[in-house]
Design a protein around this ligand. Structure first.
Ligand code: ADP
Ligand code: MG
Length: 276
């Protein structure tokens, strides 16, 4: 808890220095049938407006737990999350989440456009605006022609594009992504990574992207927050100075890319050994 900061309740009065997201001393302990798992020990970091921050850490490091706490889907044991200076105490219209398991996140009986439209109905958007948002977001992910298809008629990569379209149609301030490309093939994954950078640049949205893949974190991020194994803490917050324009071949072949991935790899390897 940071006693020195009093959060303004009215976002129009927001100080320019207020981060988009502030995670302070987050701790999450799972307790179920006598078993206690300290998933997150003590995690603090903040994300500025329009940043693209990757969170990387080994499997079981509490990445999903962290993202669900940020999204307001899971209550922290202690600590606090603030969105634009306001405490997060449940799901917020300011945030949208793309999960790893796209297969389960889309409704199979609804067409692509209906899947994208559903949260907008729940948000109370009028029909004309819903139509515009659905069309624009499907266009943004290159799926205009698939609007009438059912999810099960599409490849895994296309289904994940639908999930991304649904999230951006919601016009969140913050887009949270939990290992969204972990189960698609390498070629599709590279395309989807570039899609995320393109959407981010175009919409000016703030993105928090969780992955266990070190190369992916360096390729995508402006910053990479490196997590230790559970009970999780932030090991290092790495600035990724690879410039704005990333290219799957050139960026990954850049000597600086190699240095950054080695740095993060060494940190994570060290964390695993400590945990053993
Ligand atoms: P990651 O996404 O980094 O792989 P998770 O957040 O899924 O990590 O899990 C962190 C730790 O918390 C793991 O040890 C996992 O087994 C445990 N965990 C996750 N969800 C639950 C739950 N609902 N109940 C009990 N333990 C859980
Ligand atoms: Mg996970």
């Amino acid at each position: 808890m940071n006693d020195a900061v009093t959060a303004p309740q009215d976002s129009t009065l927001l100080n320019l220095n207020t981060p988009m997201l502030a995670i302070s001393h987050l701790r999450k302990v799972y307790e179920s049938s006598g078993r206690t798992v300290e998933a997150i020990g003590d995690v603090s970091f903040s994300v500025r407006e329009r940043e693209l921050v990757c969170i990387v850490g080994p499997s079981g490091a509490g990445k999903t737990t962290l993202l669900r706490c940020i999204a307001g889907l899971l209550a922290p044991t202690s600590g606090e999350i603030q969105l634009s200076g306001n405490p997060v105490s449940g799901p917020s219209p300011g945030m949208a989440v793309v999960f790893q398991e796209y297969g389960r996140s889309l409704f199979p009986w609804m067409r692509v456009a209906e899947n994208v439209e559903l949260p907008l109905k729940e948000k109370g958007k009028p029909a004309a605006e819903r139509r515009r948002l659905v069309a624009e977001s499907l266009e943004a992910v290159g799926l205009r022609d698939a609007r009438k298809a059912y999810p099960w008629q599409l490849s895994g990569g296309m289904q994940q594009r639908v999930a991304i379209a649904r999230a951006i149609a919601y016009e969140p301030k913050v887009l949270l992504m939990d290992e969204p490309f972990a189960s698609v093939d390498a070629q599709t994954r590279a395309e989807l990574e570039d899609l995320v950078r393109a959407i981010w640049a175009r919409l000016g949205v703030t993105i928090v992207f969780v992955t266990h893949d070190i190369d992916e974190s360096v390729y995508l991020g402006d910053r990479v927050v490196v997590l230790s194994a559970s009970p999780t803490t932030v090991m290092q917050d790495v600035h990724i100075d690879l410039g704005h324009d990333r290219d799957q071949l050139k960026t990954r072949a850049d000597a600086r890319f190699g240095e950054l991935r080695s740095l993060i790899y060494t940190l994570i390897k060290g964390a695993k050994q400590v945990a053993r």
